[in-house]
Design a protein around this ligand. Structure first.
Ligand code: ATP
Ligand code: MG
Length: 215
């Protein structure tokens, strides 16, 4: 059983989008997966997975657990019933972030070119390091909403690299189909409007996360 946490203190960076793709991608691989939405202001993942079910696609277990202590207790209690758990943390949900890190096996940190906020990242890195002193977990940062051209992708990757975290070889482009699929609770491979390029990127990111979990 692997607990994946998707977090970044910066808002609007693709945490919920990534979490929907992870959870649906794992479910499509036949894994029993539980989606935990730690964002009480914007339960985007939970809403998307509800839309998924209402549209007739196979349902995925999902809960809103935004209170830190409750989230930690419930995840500890229920995680063993699943093959994987995916926790999406809200940008301002510091209690949920700490709770999620205290149970995480793999932390995925999406970051974007330009909107990369050094202070928010540094803030989060400090918390990640503090928790890692007590228990270790793996960290995979990846570039989301990558530009099709230009230097900004490389600059953002260089900024994040100075913190010493593993950065995924795969980058996720700025892709409308990914946004639409995720809002409908669909994996890009279930979504007609998603082309091969975005399907490949999302599949590669999932493989990178699974590989990290099993190493
Ligand atoms: N790779 C991408 N390509 C295009 N749009 C994207 C991509 N990733 C995220 N988005 C869009 O950016 C917006 C913010 O994404 P999302 O809600 O996943 O971010 P978040 O980090 O969960 O935000 P919050 O901090 O508010 O919870 C959404 O409209 C989403 O569809
Ligand atoms: Mg979100």
């Amino acid at each position: 059983m692997t607990i994946y946490v998707v977090a970044n203190k910066k808002g609007g960076i693709g945490k919920s989008t990534t979490a929907v793709q992870l959870v649906t991608g794992l479910a499509l691989k036949g894994r029993r997966v539980w989606a935990v939405d730690g964002d009480k202001d914007q339960t985007s993942m939970l809403l998307a997975l509800t839309i998924r079910m209402n549209s007739g696609l196979p349902g995925i277990a999902a809960s809103e657990l935004s209170d830190g202590a409750t989230q930690r207790a419930q995840v500890r209690l229920q995680a063993a019933d699943f093959d994987d758990v995916v926790i999406a943390v809200g940008a301002r949900a510091s209690g949920s972030l700490r709770a999620a890190l205290s149970v995480a096996d793999v932390l995925l940190i999406p970051f974007a070119p330009r909107s990369f906020d050094v202070w928010a990242f540094e803030n989060m890195v400090n918390l990640v390091r503090e928790v890692q002193e007590m228990r270790d977990f793996k960290v995979l940062a990846f570039l989301n909403k990558a530009d099709a051209a230009g230097q900004d992708n490389e600059r953002a990757i260089a900024d994040v690299a100075q913190y010493g975290y593993e950065i995924a070889a795969v980058t996720i482009g700025d892709r409308k189909s990914l946004s639409h699929a995720s809002a409908a609770g669909m994996h890009v491979s279930e979504f007609k409007g998603a082309d091969q390029a975005v399907r490949r990127e999302v599949a590669d990111l999932l493989e990178a996360a699974i590989n990290l979990a099993s190493n």
